[in-house]
Design a protein around this ligand. Structure first.
Ligand code: ACM
Length: 384
């Protein structure tokens, strides 16, 4: 760190390219938290100053820009990444240089780095409750469609195991390139309509998600008959897809914009004041927001950005987030999170149908029982 009068932190979210729709929301969550921290006087009297790069949704760029941030800009704390493939590029850079990296995105699990704080859900916090919900509510014949990279392939491996544990069956597993347009989904959608699964599990991300839902709708697929269920389809993407094509589809996540709580209403009010809309508030935006606040608390404790001291301060830390209480697990650097399942209603808004009673401990290596885990009992919810 330079001897400047600010705390400089690196930010790597794409504002262009295939995942920019979601990464812009993560950038906004990060910037809102920085504004809140700075307008309350900063940390130990110094402001947080973001150093922002746009990796353009190009996987290799994330690693290269992480290196630039550390070597040229002299920062040792970085916030960023949506796709797991981009996280995998940043990982060796922060490990080699002992920097601290905050990753505010759900992912496939099966990873641990002492240099990463994982703020998004692992499969035991989203895939397992979603599989349980789908099999209890819709049936156990599921079709998988994903973008072609590590998160969808690994998530589907986990989901297949969970569905089989519950006595279910996987009717198909198809992958498309990240930049797949609507025509690329034609033959997959036809196969789905022919095989008539009870539900579709989609790990198609970014612009591809919008194109897949649109292709399904255009071919006659309806969420109210056979829903597409996802861990990533979010408010910003649903707004692009439109209510008619999105109604009935399902997402499992810790946070939805429609959560009915004072903490969430206050968060949305501040977001709207800064950005003029709440249309693009997503669970990854909320995770990014919470991670920046937790970083600021750790910095306040440590009075400096030494990675080892900061890690010590972060492990075990609780935070009252817009989703409810969350906590960084002291054993694995992942986050205890709330878990909710929501369905898109006729207005294109998520209606929360169920949630677990308490935040769920992250189990990135899935060492505990899965589909029959008593702690994942879903509660019916009216209004968040
Ligand atoms: C993801 O690639 N972790 C959404």
């Amino acid at each position: 760190m330079t001897a400047s009068n600010t705390w400089r932190v690196g930010i790597l979210f794409s504002t262009s390219g295939v995942t920019s729709i979601i990464e812009k929301s993560q950038l906004n969550g990060t910037l809102l938290a920085i504004d809140e921290i700075n307008s309350a006087g900063g940390v130990q009297g110094k402001m947080i100053e973001p150093v922002i790069y746009d990796p353009g949704s190009v996987v290799k760029q994330y690693g290269e820009l992480a290196e630039t941030l550390i070597v040229e800009d002299k920062v040792n704390v970085i916030f960023g990444c949506y796709m797991s493939s981009s996280r995998k590029e940043v990982l060796p850079v922060v490990e080699r240089r002992n920097a601290l990296f905050f990753y505010p995105t759900l992912y496939e699990g099966f990873e641990y780095s002492p240099n990463v704080m994982y703020g998004g859900a692992t499969p035991n916090q989203n895939s397992v409750p979603l599989a349980k919900y789908l099999m209890e509510t819709h049936g156990n014949r599921i079709y998988f469609v994903g973008s072609d990279y590590i998160y969808p392939r690994e998530s589907n491996r986990v989901m297949r195991n969970v569905i089989r544990q519950g006595g279910g069956e996987v009717l198909g597993e198809e992958y498309v390139p990240l930049n797949a347009g609507i025509p690329k989904f034609k033959s997959i959608v036809e196969d789905i309509l022919r095989k008539k699964p009870d539900a579709i599990f989609s790990t198609v991300v970014g612009q591809g998600c919008i194109n897949f839902y649109t292709a399904y709708y255009k071919a006659g697929g309806r969420g109210l008959d056979c829903p597409i269920a996802s861990l990533t389809a979010n408010e910003a993407e649903i707004a692009e897809i439109g209510a008619a094509a999105a109604v009935g589809h399902i997402t499992a996540a810790p946070y939805f914009r429609s959560i009915n709580s004072d903490a969430n209403r206050k968060f949305l009010t501040r977001y709207e004041k800064k950005f003029g809309t709440t249309l693009d508030v997503t669970s990854c935006c909320e995770a990014a927001y919470s991670q920046m606040h937790m970083f600021a608390s750790a910095l306040q404790d440590c009075g400096g950005m030494d990675t080892d001291a900061m890690r010590d301060a972060l492990l075990g830390m609780n935070f009252q987030a817009p989703q409810g209480e969350i906590k960084i697990d002291p054993d694995n650097n992942h986050t205890h999170l709330q878990s909710r399942i929501a369905i898109v209603n006729q207005e294109g808004e998520f209606t929360i149908r169920s949630k677990v009673r308490h935040m769920i401990k992250p189990d990135p290596y899935l060492v505990y029982p899965q589909i029959n885990d008593w702690s994942l009992q879903l509660q019916k919810v009216i209004g968040g």
